[in-house]
Write a protein that binds this ligand. Structure first.
Ligand code: FPP
Ligand code: MG
Length: 298
């Protein structure tokens, strides 16, 4: 298998779905639609829709609803980035190689674009349910995605992260850092993968296994993100470097050092790859994708 080519194909398909689902910039006065479109279309690796599509495929999904749910997923992720970059949070000016939404359109529009993307994601989720021939599967998928991005998932992790900027995390409180990483980052990756499988009718046991795989991918993904924050350049990662240090963020890199952090990325990745052996279907691309995420440079 030529992984790069296969990945390119899947990213292209995800981008087509997202572009078709985005609101058109016509008729509405003001900058809201433009800032929504800008935030999504400036770039992004589309990791979550690709993972969702792959699990859908592995479980033999066939319906037309996938594209709506993939787009909803990417819009929820993008909304979180819009808000994460705001002055009240990480106060970053560069994202996906371009100005952040608030840097381009002003702080108010940074808030509103994030809100509008999040709200519109739910319209797309309903569209997906509507398109689906198996409403029970689609409802299950929509519920998983809602929960994984909510107060028990991404938003919960983000809030603990923000609260610890003031107090810091001591070296013996690694479990707090693990909680933050598990929720603010892994939850959405778990959600993407579980949603793809749920849409295709995966059962409860299978969803639990996928959640575990997504968790290990997500933990590796966030530690790699922390490593890139100190080893990358604005050109290579498309966002500001040393953002964590600037915001007094404790990360694995700050607490245990780059070498130990890199080791954890490898360990979580190996565990995720090994767990995919328990999945049905062809998991060749998924395995390669997991390794690609651990070795990513942006
Ligand atoms: C980059 O994803 C994003 C992360 C590593 C997750 C960080 C967590 C948050 C920003 C928390 C959510 C924030 C709020 C306000 C709820 P990526 O590397 O896939 O980015 P890309 O789509 O640009 O490639
Ligand atoms: Mg942040």
């Amino acid at each position: 298998m030529n992984f790069d080519k296969e990945l390119e194909l899947r990213v292209k398909k995800a981008n087509q779905a997202i572009e078709e689902c985005l609101p058109k910039d016509e008729g509405m006065p003001g900058n809201l639609v433009e800032s929504m479109r800008y935030s999504v279309l400036v770039g992004g690796k589309r990791v979550r829709p690709v993972l969702m599509g792959e699990l859908f495929e592995i479980f033999g999904g066939k319906g037309k609803e996938l594209r709506f749910i993939q787009s909803a997923m990417e819009l929820i992720h993008t909304a979180s980035l819009c808000h994460d970059d705001l002055p009240a949070l990480d106060n970053d000016l560069l994202r996906r190689g371009k100005k952040t939404t608030h840097a381009q359109f002003g702080e108010a529009m940074g808030i509103l674009a994030g809100d509008a993307l999040l709200n519109y994601a739910y319209e797309l989720l309903f569209d997906g349910i509507n398109e689906s021939e198996n409403k029970e599967n689609a409802l299950n998928a929509a519920r998983i995605l809602s929960k994984k991005s909510g107060y028990l998932g991404m938003l919960g992790g983000q809030s603990v992260d923000v609260e610890h900027e003031k107090t810091g995390i001591k070296g013996d409180q690694l479990e707090i850092l693990e909680y933050i990483n598990e929720k603010k980052t892994a939850a959405l990756i778990e959600g993407a993968m579980m949603t793809g499988a749920a849409l295709a009718g995966a059962d409860c046991e299978q969803l639990k296994l996928i959640e575990k795989i997504g968790n290990r991918i997500g933990l590796a993904f966030q530690i790699q993100d922390d490593i890139l924050d100190v080893t990358g350049t604005p050109q290579s990662i498309g966002k500001s470097v040393f953002s964590d240090m600037k915001n007094n963020k404790e990360t694995y890199v700050a607490i245990v050092g780059i070498e130990e952090a890199s080791k954890r990325v490898i360990d979580f990745t190996k565990e995720a790859v090994a767990l995919t052996d328990e999945l049905p279907g062809n998991t060749e691309f998924l395995k390669e994708m997991i390794s690609y995420l651990a070795l990513r440079k942006n």
